[in-house]
Design a protein around this ligand. Structure first.
Ligand code: FMN
Ligand code: SF4
Ligand code: SF4
Ligand code: FES
Length: 623
């Protein structure tokens, strides 16, 4: 039987003579930025400099350990290199920086200011000083930037699989469900359904075979939270699955990973293999008599396959399409057997509830939404990336304290530039300045017509047209509708056509009321969550930005200057006749003599914005 203490002791022993650690981020973002080359370069250059650097925790190794991590959250500044125990975080690291890091920070313990994050000129040494990290509360993704996700022994050495051992060997299925219920954990996959209730429903089914599925489909545009957890802490998810399987009586499970997530697929597969090899998965886990086999399956590449019944169909090898509920998957799921489906982040939260208890978990969050939530923060903000905050945090804290404020078109922070934030992906809604101090939790967001959803947060400055944003999400849901329900299939298409008419100046006031009426019908008449929530972006923009819709239809004007059919370009008196715009214009729409004010032939202009961007004198305006 596996002995976790023994593994922990041998990892600690092997690390006795390791004094420092270099952690190179190997999440998707940093890998794309060249972090693997940086990693390899550390090995080569350390050898050249005679610095002892090893890549494995093996007895006899001394000096510095070099390892990879999953996404550390600050992808925008990647590749990231973390140096421990000094807690130095270097950003935008290139192969050329490796020698200096080894010489200064590893050999001589000194800091290289130019590689540190600068907060208004103040050099920040590491995560403890960088506002982006300092103001977060990282629990689920805490280990993502430190631990080697491909090393099961390291996971065990920092307390991993203790909760699984406790749940399997010391707790009954009812006791596990009771703790999770008492913790008040709500599913992080969008709906916020109480996890303990779902598990109890599955537990109470009398069936000789039950399944558990981890939903790692994550098809929402802009979301990458689940991907980061799968890449950075795959064993945390497996541990959650082992506990869930014991609690519900399942002996077989699947991790359904979006097929585009190549690195997450690879890491999950390796983690499942390693866990099976050391018998954390398989037969008689921790001597408890509990058996659990786990498979990793690549998704079918459709957003609707994230919906639980469509996902089950997909695992069965059928086309992913939802069915009416009940029966719920917990009653009749995969191959007709009781099946529990949980989100990646939900499962990764389970071990800490078992380890520390329900009360500790309830200390963070709000009265009805406990714990923390990860968000993928993108758009017009200074610092984008993956964050984790207590539920109940406000948009103001996230946008201004953590992310550093709203930026203009050139990426500089500008006061008074905030317009809206889209929360929860295609199922969510757009919120405004009046919601900046709203508590971000499951219930408060629902009340204002939005959703935590999977946790996408897209911040928009004043240059964004809200009708266009609603159109973007409608385009996405229209493409992704499985086509089963008339209202989802045809209704969303008609809504999209109406939005196109509005943005092209072809609509009248009746179009807006018809759009609203149809949105309500799609909400009520669709079978699954895709159709039911698809109107949210439209309804929330209609509610909070009605004046923009009115301007498009009544005045044939786009207040944000974004809808191409409703805008023109004009060269103002600021023009000094430098000719740059005329040279750059791909449509040859600009003419004029050198040192004379230029002119745009509107009939030829394709509204590509190239002239505006190229004029150094800000002489071209949208009218
Ligand atoms: C169209 C659609 C897509 C969904 N995509 C996901 C997804 O990618 N990941 C996820 O965990 N849940 C997704 N869900 C929610 C799941 O159906 C399900 O509620 C969830 O996985 C349950 O896990 P939880 O209780 O831990 O939140 C989606 C739902 C709908 C309607
Ligand atoms: S609501 Fe849309 S996606 Fe869902 S079952 Fe109906 S047609 Fe398919
Ligand atoms: S780039 Fe600006 S200043 Fe130069 S010709 Fe065009 S409008 Fe005038
Ligand atoms: S991938 Fe490196 S910080 Fe996200």
């Amino acid at each position: 039987m596996i002995d976790l203490d023994n593994i922990t002791r041998s990892v600690k022993k092997a690390g006795e003579n390791i004094t420092k650690r270099i952690v190179v981020c190997a999440g998707t973002g940093c890998v794309a930025g060249g972090s693997i080359k940086v990693f390899e370069s550390f090995i080569i250059v350390a050898k050249e400099l005679g610095i002892s650097v090893c890549v494995e925790l093996k007895g006899g190794n001394i000096g510095t350990l070099l390892s990879k991590s999953g996404c550390q959250g600050f992808c925008q500044k990647g590749p990231l290199v973390n140096i421990l125990p000094a807690e130095i975080l270097y950003i935008n690291v290139k192969v050329d920086d490796v020698k200096e890091i080894l010489e200064k920070s590893i050999k001589n313990n000194s800091l290289i200011d130019r590689l540190c994050y600068s907060d208004n000129g103040k050099v920040c040494k590491g995560q403890n000083e960088i506002p982006f990290y300092k103001k977060q509360h990282r629990v689920v993704i805490k280990q993502c930037g430190v631990m080697d996700p491909e090393n099961i022994e390291e996971y065990i050495s920092i307390g991993g699989y203790r909760a699984a051992e406790k749940a399997c060997a010391e707790m009954t299925d009812k006791e596990i469900c009771d703790v999770v219920l008492a913790a008040g954990l709500r599913g992080r996959g969008g709906g916020g359904f109480p996890v303990g209730k779902k598990w109890n429903l599955a537990r109470n089914q009398t069936a000789s075979k039950k399944y558990i599925i981890c939903n790692g489909d994550e098809g929402d545009p802009g979301a990458f939270m689940d991907r980061s957890v799968m890449e950075g802490n795959p064993h945390g998810i497996i541990e959650g699955l082992v506990i869930a399987a014991k609690a519900t009586g399942a002996d077989e499970g699947y991790v359904y990973v979006r097929t585009e997530y190549a690195l997450a697929v690879k890491r999950m597969k390796k983690a499942v293999k390693d866990a099976s090899d050391i018998k954390v998965l398989g037969k008689n886990i921790f001597g408890s008599g509990h058996n659990f086999t786990l498979h990793v399956m690549e998704g079918a590449g459709a957003f609707v396959c994230g919906e639980e019944i469509a996902l089950i169909a997909s695992v069965e090898g059928k086309r992913g399409m939802p069915l009416p509920k009940p029966p719920f998957p917990a009653q009749s799921g995969l191959w007709g057997k009781p099946t529990t489906i949980n989100n990646v982040e939900t499962l990764a939260t389970i071990p800490m509830i078992i380890n520390y208890g329900a009360d500790v978990f309830r200390e963070t969050g709000t009265v009805s939404s406990h714990g923390t939530k990860t968000f993928a923060l993108t758009g017009h903000v200074l610092n984008t990336g993956l964050i984790e905050v207590p539920l109940g945090s406000t948009l103001r804290q996230i946008i201004f304290d953590i992310s550093g404020g709203v930026t203009d078109g050139k990426g500089s922070v500008k006061d008074g530039n905030f317009k809206a934030v889209q929360i929860g992906g295609p199922s969510g809604g757009c919120l405004t300045e009046e919601h900046l101090d709203l508590s971000l939790d499951f219930d408060s967001l629902k009340k204002v017509g939005a959703m935590v959803g999977s946790g996408g947060l897209v911040v928009m400055n004043k240059s964004i047209c809200m009708v266009n944003i609603a159109k973007f999400f409608m385009q996405f849901t229209q493409n992704e509708s499985c086509g089963k329900c008339v209202l989802c299939r045809e209704g969303i298409k008609q809504m999209l056509l109406m939005l196109s008419d509005i943005t092209e100046g072809k609509a009248d006031e009746d179009t807006i009321s018809l759009l609203e009426e149809l949105a309500r019908a799609v909400q009520i008449g669709s079978l699954c969550g895709l159709g039911k929530t698809a109107p949210n972006p439209v309804l929330s923009t209609l509610k909070y930005f009605r004046n923009e819709y009115d301007a498009h239809v009544k005045e044939k004007r786009c207040p944000a200057g974004e809808c191409k059919s409703l805008i023109n370009y004009e060269i103002t008196d600021k023009c000094i006749g430098c000719t740059v715009c005329a040279v750059k214009c791909p449509a040859k729409a600009i003419s004029g003599e050198r040192r004379q004010k230029h002119k745009i032939a509107i009939v030829k202009c394709v509204k590509c914005d190239i002239c505006i961007k190229s004029c150094k004198f800000n002489a071209i305006e949208i009218v």
